[in-house]
Design a protein around this ligand. Structure first.
Ligand code: SAH
Length: 252
């Protein structure tokens, strides 16, 4: 999987890519990530990347020419990308499905905005996608780009080691993850659910599925609308819903 990230703060992005799952995948060559300094694609002596907004108003706007030249250079040296993503609070919300779609692209370019944002012509004529990491504003596209690279990278075979599981992550199936415990079994009187120490794999699996369903029902019932459940899980869910209704009737 190839990523190219265009930013005015390459060191910030490099630092975010250096450690952990993504750092190891880069070292092994499973991920090929190149960070480009937007200033390298300016043509003036002072390497100016921003300018005042037409129409007035506060702040600065990233100019179109360096962004276009950066993507053109990437196209020449690294090949045609499957997607050119503009990070923006006005973009499509980033989800696990969106991560899967980008993972299938094979080569993704990410453009990091700063200041008031990026000249609209970049969004209209250079970017193929506009993605938001959530309904809040951060100061630049660097953290959003790192979030996107990390979530997409996890889906590439070999990036997450065998010891860890992407299969059971929250959202992989459209359900939230079940709770995890490790030693000690008794921490200051706080104990671990019996079943997890029973060695009974069938029961453990069942308990985990039940917990994942319970959490999703309690915290994100909206997710249940688009998830495919097997017969067993549908039964579990019905039982959970019934228990909740009973609870509520008792309380009222
Ligand atoms: N004035 C803009 C915000 C600019 S923030 C607005 O109100 O929409 C500067 C840059 O940070 C943006 O160009 C974008 O690249 C990045 N950014 C900020 N919040 C983001 C978010 N929630 N998702 C993705 N990118 C974001």
């Amino acid at each position: 999987m190839k990523f190219d990230i265009v930013t005015i703060f390459p060191r910030m992005v490099e630092a975010g890519l250096a450690e952990g799952v993504v750092g190891r995948a880069k070292e092994r060559g499973t991920l090929d990530v190149v960070v480009h300094n937007l200033r390298d694609f300016t043509s003036d002596k002072h390497h100016v990347v921003d300018d005042m907004p037409f129409g007035g108003g506060p702040g600065m706007v990233l100019k179109p020419e360096p962004m276009f030249r950066a993507v053109e250079a990437i196209r020449e040296t690294r090949g045609a990308p499957g997607a050119v993503v503009m990070t923006s609070p006005a973009g499509r919300p980033f989800t696990q499905d969106e991560a899967r779609r980008l993972a299938a692209c094979g080569h993704v370019v990410l453009l990091c905005g700063r200041y008031e944002g990026v000249d609209e012509r970049v969004r209209e004529h250079l970017a193929t996608d506009e993605i938001s990491i959530g309904d809040y504003v951060v100061s630049g596209g660097e953290l959003p780009a790192l979030v996107i690279v990390d979530a997409v990278a996890r889906l590439i075979p070999g990036v997450v080691g065998d010891g860890q599981s992407v299969e059971e992550d929250s959202f992989t199936r459209g359900l939230l993850d079940y709770p995890h415990y490790t030693r000690p079994a008794d921490f200051r009187g706080l104990t671990v659910p019996e079943v997890l120490m029973s060695g009974h794999h069938g029961e453990i699996r069942r308990w985990r599925r039940l917990q994942a369903l319970r959490r999703t029902l309690e915290r994100r019932p909206d997710l249940l609308e688009s998830v495919t459940l097997d017969d067993d899980e549908r039964d579990m869910l019905r039982t959970l819903v019934r228990a909740r209704i009973d609870d509520e009737t008792q309380r009222s």
